[in-house]
Write a protein that binds this ligand. Structure first.
Ligand code: PXG
Length: 290
């Protein structure tokens, strides 16, 4: 297979030549932001929403992306085109840029922009997943705040390690008050008595684009969707639990801390949402054409 082409600071180079400096603060301090985006059947799904979130994440960190939103969108589309892809995963990374040792961001003169596009299957596969409730608490909204999609994923990685150690597929983290927040790379939903519920952004979650899409989709199908704090009890006793994310899409949860969830996996509402979500893939109204 030919090498993929990676966009680095305005140039498309073969992946073996795609290199960043060891003095880049994205590498030294995790000082940067990113997006994970998918394209389906020649349409980049929710591209504008991802671009908006990327610029908001950068603004939170006072990283000024040296490119207009339109130009960055075009660079993403061009990277996908030049790699000859129509269904793929796209990673956009913007770091503080090359600086000095020492974390002073003022030493970094220009943010680095990297775009990778490659084929990818759903992250967790289509089957159901088992979860544990992690002992790692989500950082507070007054701390690093996961509403910004930053390169700081240590919180998530510690939780994922705990899941792996426990023999589970993934972990769900609680916020500092003990309410359910999200899984390591996905948002979480529960269903109880026909009503769909998911934690609000105040629970220290990333406001997932798949989450927003599923909320809208569910409401359009006539389901009641409530964004509110959820206790671990509500999670463990839910009729259905599912995760949402760009990489994972919609994934049913079969158990949490060893408690089996529901009668049948996927549950009826999860199954319906998966089926309806499939119909959005490749719809030009849901994104931007390559
Ligand atoms: N929470 C967290 C912490 C995430 O990282 C989501 C929720 C879901 O958000 P979206 O906007 O994707 O619905 C994410 C997204 C990867 C990977 O390679 C992870 C994500 C997305 C794409 C790839 O691990 N996480």
């Amino acid at each position: 297979m030919a090498e993929s082409l990676v966009y680095i600071n305005g140039e498309l180079v073969p992946e073996s030549e795609a290199k960043i400096s060891v003095f880049d603060h994205g590498f030294l301090y995790g000082d940067g932001v990113f997006e994970g985006i998918r394209a389906y059947k020649g349409v980049v799904f929710k591209l504008r929403e991802h671009i908006e979130r990327l610029y908001d994440s950068a603004k939170f960190l006072r990283i000024e992306i040296p490119m207009s939103k339109e130009d960055l969108m075009e660079a993403i589309l061009e990277t996908v085109r030049r790699n000859g892809l129509s269904d793929c995963y796209i990673r956009v990374v913007v770091t503080r840029g090359v600086g000095d040792l020492g974390l002073d961001p003022r030493k970094c003169s220009k943010p680095s922009i990297i775009i990778i596009a490659r084929p990818m299957a759903p992250l967790l596969g289509k089957r159901a997943v088992s979860l544990i409730i992690s002992s790692v608490r989500r950082d507070g909204v007054d701390a690093t705040n996961h509403q910004a999609k930053s390169l700081n994923y240590l919180n998530n990685i510690l939780a994922k390690l705990e899941a792996i150690n426990a023999g589970a597929d993934d972990a769900v983290m609680l916020d500092s008050r003990g309410f359910v927040s999200e899984a390591t790379g996905e948002n979480i939903f529960i269903v109880k008595d026909g009503r769909i519920m998911t934690p609000p952004p105040t629970s220290g979650i990333l406001s997932g684009i798949t989450r927003d899409c599923v909320i809208e989709l569910a409401r359009s199908l006539g389901y009641e969707v409530v964004e509110r704090e959820l206790t671990p009890f509500e999670l463990l006793t839910a009729d259905e639990v599912f995760l949402t994310g760009t990489a994972a899409e919609i994934v049913p949860v079969e158990s949490v801390n060893g408690r089996k969830i529901g009668e049948k996996i996927p549950g009826p509402i999860t199954e319906r949402l998966i089926r309806e979500f499939e119909k959005l893939k490749g719809d030009p109204g849901q994104g931007v054409k390559i």
